[in-house]
Design a protein around this ligand. Structure first.
Ligand SMILES: [Zn+2]
Length: 347
């Protein structure tokens, strides 16, 4: 379960403790080399005290910052606050305006930069955490046109989005590169997706385990069966019942049983110029289900694999809330930051 945490970083007014190692040479002994006050932009304090240290080994000096303070003018607390306002749907300009009401000057560009930085930090931390089972799904973005979608990768262990790809679901070479990178960086061994043919192709190519989301399968098979019930001749109605039963139970030998149904329905196509008859279409569906049966049942051998891609859809749902409030993102960078920040609880 992933929630948005509203705790802002702490800010200390003066530096505590001593540096552990020199940022230049990793030396471990220092002399204090004076102290200064640094004016900061923050919701509570106006200035902080910091110390300079000199490394006894390389003789260079450096600043030792209090908690919540960096080289930037604004504190980490203010950065997080500004980003939070933005995540809740304010434009960069509005965030800047709201802050000016409490006498803090932060230009829209700084808010943008802070959002970028936080999103990058999330991505960096994600890259170090291995993800064994990942849900992958495409998400459409408002105002980006029908064909443009973003690929969202969710860690199904935690429910958090771990990567976004500016990749179209149907663009095979791009999809392969993206997935290849994911496999190397995150160590993914199983993906859970809907049953779009491209995912299957990529899973095979990268030798990943693959679970096809059973909600998707039930949805489209259920719809197809309802339509066949109206149109298929009486002699084949029993096939519909059996398919329904197999999809409900997902037995390990389901693929074989579907294949024998396919053989049993050995209908000769009479006129190839005609569109396919209903029984012929049903027969085709039997073959397709039979071929994919293993991908429907991967979860039965591994308790960590969910049988649906629900967690991924929920993560995308949280992201879309943000996308709706700003009527779409202007560019990929802004969107990447927004989606990552909304989808995680790392704020
Ligand atoms: Zn040094």
């Amino acid at each position: 379960m992933s929630i948005l945490v509203l705790k802002l970083p702490d800010v200390k007014r003066s530096a505590e403790g001593r540096p552990k190692e020199c940022p230049f040479c990793h030396g471990e002994t220092f002399q204090r080399w004076g102290e200064t006050e640094k004016p900061v932009r923050d919701t509570r304090c106006r200035k902080v005290r910091l110390y300079r240290y000199r490394c006894c080994h390389c003789r260079r000096t450096f600043r030792w910052y209090p908690e919540g303070i960096s080289i930037a003018d604004q504190t980490k607390r203010l950065q997080a606050f500004a980003v939070l306002c933005w995540v809740f749907g304010m434009s960069y300009r509005k965030v800047s305006l709201i802050l000016s009401a409490i006498q803090i000057r932060l230009c829209p560009m700084s808010v943008w930069r802070d959002a970028q930085e936080q999103a990058q930090a999330i991505q960096r931390s994600n890259h170090w955490r291995p993800v064994r089972v990942a849900g992958v799904d495409g998400a459409a973005v408002l105002g980006w046109g029908e064909k443009q979608s973003v690929l969202v990768v969710v860690d199904l262990g935690t429910g958090e989005p771990v990567a976004l790809g500016n990749v179209n679901e149907y663009d095979l070479p791009a999809l392969t590169r993206f997935r290849n990178e994911l496999k190397q960086r995150l160590g993914i061994s199983v993906i859970v997706t809907d049953d779009l043919f491209t995912y299957r192709w990529v899973a095979e190519k990268l030798e990943l385990g693959h679970q096809v989301c059973q909600f998707h399968v039930r949805r489209w098979v259920g719809k197809a069966l309802r339509e066949f019930r109206e149109t298929i001749p009486e002699e084949w109605q029993f096939v519909l019942e059996e398919v329904q039963q197999l999809i409900d139970d997902l037995p390990p030998d389901g693929g074989k049983r579907l294949y024998s149904l396919w053989k049993r329905m050995g209908i000769k196509r009479e006129n190839r110029a005609q569109p396919r008859s209903e029984p012929e279409q049903l027969r085709e569906m039997l073959l397709r289900l039979s071929e994919r049966w293993e991908e429907y049942c991967t979860f039965q051998h591994d308790g960590e694999i969910p049988w649906t891609n629900n967690a991924t859809e929920q993560a995308i749902g949280r992201m879309k809330m943000r996308a709706r409030t700003v009527r779409g993102y202007k560019n990929w960078l802004g969107m990447q930051a927004g989606l990552l920040l909304t989808g995680t609880n790392l704020i």
